[in-house]
Design a binder for this molecule. Structure first.
Ligand code: BGC
Length: 251
């Protein structure tokens, strides 16, 4: 079944039609800049524009870069603070007139990677997907099942006194003009901490840096878990959102 997946990010909002059963991308990507300020009413307008662009009627899966519990957004690290406590799901449903399911962006990417991407052969044990972008997103799976809203990007780095995403996100790499090796050492410290906490069998590295995996992988030495790049790259969130909306609609 064709389902519309929409990925809300700090700089862009992107939509695509997805075959929710096979993960195949059916349409081109339609992208609109994230409105500023990124307050609920403005974002809802863009989500509606994307629905109209595809002349779509049906369940919609939407990712959001925050904790999303039962449709309510509970944090706002890289979007307008007025999202904290907002009922995102209701807001998008009222704006579009369609059934909407909202979930965390990294959780959505993780669901897609575990089903169609780098994690499809990793259905046993503990797998952690980390997305390195403006922030750091996380999704953890035990035997293929997601534990949602983990927010490992906000784990404080020991001795550094800052959140992991202010230490080794891709934005930090760019802003501080870190060489790949310098940035990778930070990622290595972060993965070591994650390993101490969860002893995962594997890490899946997602976000824009997954395309540059060979540039930093040689510097990551200290961890025991397998490390692999994500495979679905930019569209993982859209695919995971569409899959989740489809499953919800079927229940
Ligand atoms: C947010 C997470 C999100 C991640 C990636 C973090 O700042 O707190 O909810 O998954 O960025 O967008």
């Amino acid at each position: 079944m064709q389902i519309l997946g929409i990925d809300i990010g700090g700089s862009g909002i992107k939509g695509r039609l997805v075959d929710a059963e096979t993960g195949a991308l059916i349409s081109e990507r339609h992208r609109i800049d994230t409105p500023q300020p990124s307050i609920p009413a403005n974002v809802a307008k863009v989500v509606t524009e994307i629905v109209r662009h595809f002349d779509y009627r049906g369940p919609v899966g939407v990712t959001f870069p925050a904790i999303v519990q039962h449709g309510v957004t509970l944090s706002a690290a890289n979007v307008d603070k007025s999202w904290i406590g907002a009922h995102a799901q209701k807001i998008f449903q009222e704006a579009t007139g369609l059934p909407v399911h909202v979930l965390n962006d990294a959780d959505a990417a993780g669901v897609a990677e575990m089903t169609f991407g780098a994690g499809r052969e990793m259905q046993q044990g503990v797998v952690i997907l980390l997305t390195f972008g403006t922030g750091i997103g996380s999704a953890i799976f035990l035997d293929g099942k997601l534990l949602p809203n983990t927010e490992f990007g906000h784990v404080p780095m020991p001795m550094k006194g800052i959140h992991a995403e202010h230490y080794c996100s891709d934005r930090v790499r760019k802003d501080q003009k870190l060489k790949w090796g310098e940035w990778a050492k930070r990622v290595d410290n972060y993965l070591t901490l994650m390993e101490l906490l969860f002893s995962p069998d594997a890490f899946i590295i997602g976000g824009g840096v997954s395309k540059k995996f060979e540039k930093f992988e040689p510097y990551i030495r200290r961890n025991q878990a397998k490390i692999v790049p994500a495979q679905l790259q930019n569209d993982a969130g859209i695919v995971g959102a569409a899959m989740t909306a489809y499953q919800q609609a079927e229940q």
